[in-house]
Ligand binder design. Structure first.
Ligand SMILES: Cc1cc2nc3c(=O)[nH]c(=O)nc-3n(C[C@H](O)[C@H](O)[C@H](O)COP(=O)(O)OP(=O)(O)OC[C@H]3O[C@@H](n4cnc5c(N)ncnc54)[C@H](O)[C@@H]3O)c2cc1C
Length: 436
């Protein structure tokens, strides 16, 4: 496991956002280790799964921790917007899960095909049964490109289609398409899906970064940039929405409200949007497609998903929004993007969720009531230009919860950019190691 290149105190640095620095929990090292022989299965080895494996192995002595994930490659997803705008190379966001897997943790390189919380086991895609005493769900999000007619991942990087969500290669291909349009100018379409999604700030950042690229290329004057919001706001937190409207206004980025991408026609370069007044067709030279998002099928089809309510449709995992414990299956906790709570779905959220879920799981193992509470902390530095960003951080109630009292969260700053470009990657890696 590689040690991060930074030294971080208890209050840490920016929490990949920031509020994680205000974590109310004691540092791991200061805690007495709990003795147990419990079998703990962690489904998913992304940001949340690896961090949980690290934290739990630091806190527990004798536990048998098993991580399940078929994926070998680890992607630092918060860097994808920087790859998609030509600021970073794709190599910068790629590492391996082997590099981060904590010592003493068993890693089964198979995906969970079935969650059986009644039988306290998971079944993998090779048919292997893995029983557990406690389960941590950390299987993230499935990108549903097929949910947009005419769209597939294979189209990214062709015919003016970009999408940084699909990974480092797709983000690099997105940048190539954006750069091509920046050479001569054109119509650029941005937007987001109507589903829950990871990093809801990313589509806004891409719109602002495309403006920056066109302005630098001298082609902004003969271009049109449009942001298609899925409902009546650009962002779910009113203060941030109002600020985004201002920023877009200053840059001449037009906003269409209530436009949900239904289909793309790469041959004609036409995007079709569902609106309250019927379907609308928009021509483009470049489109940044953000696919509808849901949990992986094994989770969606399992009893762990919400059975009713707004989070049931796409299979988000039911959880008490404070303790992150499953209300119907009390030996199950959930962390990361798959978690069915309002807000979240950022790596910064993972940094705040994982100490809470660890504390609570350790309490339950020790026969205590879980006491730690997650406050909905969500953050994703809103890049507004190459060299400027806003450090927006908020909680369940939509209150802004800045980590740096001296930085206005709604003001673009070079400091915000520095945090995004230089600092957060190191904090992320320290998080994977369970150090912050
Ligand atoms: C374009 C983009 C920009 C972003 N920008 C930011 C940002 O600026 N700031 C920020 O904080 N966050 C940002 N994020 C969000 C952040 O990357 C995610 O919130 C974070 O990675 C969530 O961690 P996770 O472990 O829940 O999911 P992931 O890290 O995606 O990991 C999920 C893991 O589960 C595995 N899995 C899936 N199905 C199964 C199965 N059936 N069995 C076993 N394993 C399974 C997958 O293989 C994967 O390894 C961004 C994301 C994207 C895509």
């Amino acid at each position: 496991m590689t040690a991060p290149g930074v030294q971080l105190g208890r209050r840490g640095l920016f929490a990949l956002g920031a509020g994680g620095i205000a974590a109310a929990t004691l540092p791991q090292a200061a805690r007495a280790r709990e003795r147990t022989t419990a079998r703990i299965v962690i489904a998913g080895a992304g940001a949340a799964g690896i961090t949980m494996a690290a934290r739990l192995s630091q806190r527990l002595e004798g536990a048998r921790i098993t991580v399940l994930d078929r994926r070998e490659r680890h992607v630092y997803q918060p860097g994808l917007t920087l790859v998609g705008s030509g600021v970073w190379t794709p190599e910068k966001v790629i590492s391996t899960n082997a590099q981060w897997m904590p010592r003493g943790v068993a890693w089964i390189r198979e995906a969970v095909a079935e969650f059986d919380p009644v039988g306290n086991k998971v079944v993998t895609d090779t048919g292997r049964q893995v029983p557990y005493d406690f389960l941590v769900v950390a299987a993230g999000i499935e990108l549903n490109y097929a949910g947009i007619e005419g769209m597939s991942e294979a189209l990214i990087g062709r015919e003016g289609i970009g999408s940084v969500y699909a990974g480092p290669e797709a983000a690099a291909a997105t940048w190539r398409e954006m750069a091509r349009v920046a050479e001569r100018g054109g119509v650029l379409l941005h937007g987001r899906p109507a589903t829950e999604m990871k990093c809801a700030g990313a589509p806004l950042k891409l719109a602002l970064l495309s403006h920056a690229r066109l302005a630098r290329a001298g082609t902004r004057g003969r271009s049109e940039i449009v942001y298609n919001a899925h409902n009546d706001a650009t962002f779910s937190v009113p203060a941030i929405h109002r600020r985004v409207v201002e920023l877009f206004g200053e840059r001449g980025i037009r906003i269409n409200y209530g436009h949900v991408l239904k289909a793309v026609d790469p041959g004609r370069k036409i995007a079709t949007y569902r609106t309250a007044n019927g379907e609308v067709e928009l021509r483009y030279d470049f489109i940044h497609v953000v696919p509808p998002q849901r949990t992986p099928a094994a989770l969606r089809n399992s009893p762990l998903a919400w059975q009713s309510g707004p989070l049931a449709a796409d299979g988000w995992v039911e959880a008490d929004r404070r303790t992150l414990r499953h209300p119907r299956f009390p030996n199950v906790f959930t962390v990361g993007d798959a978690t069915g709570v309002p807000r979240g779905k950022t790596a910064a959220t993972v940094k705040k969720m994982t100490p809470v879920a660890t504390d609570n799981l350790v309490d339950v193992i020790a026969g205590r009531e879980p006491r730690a509470a997650f406050n909905g902390y969500t953050s994703c530095p809103l890049i507004t230009d190459i060299g400027r960003a806003m450090l927006v951080e908020f909680d369940y109630e939509g209150r802004l919860v800045p980590s740096f009292p001296f930085v206005d969260p709604l003001r673009e700053s070079w400091f915000g950019w520095l945090v995004k470009d230089q600092l957060i990657h190191a904090v992320y890696e320290a998080m994977l190691g369970g150090w912050v």
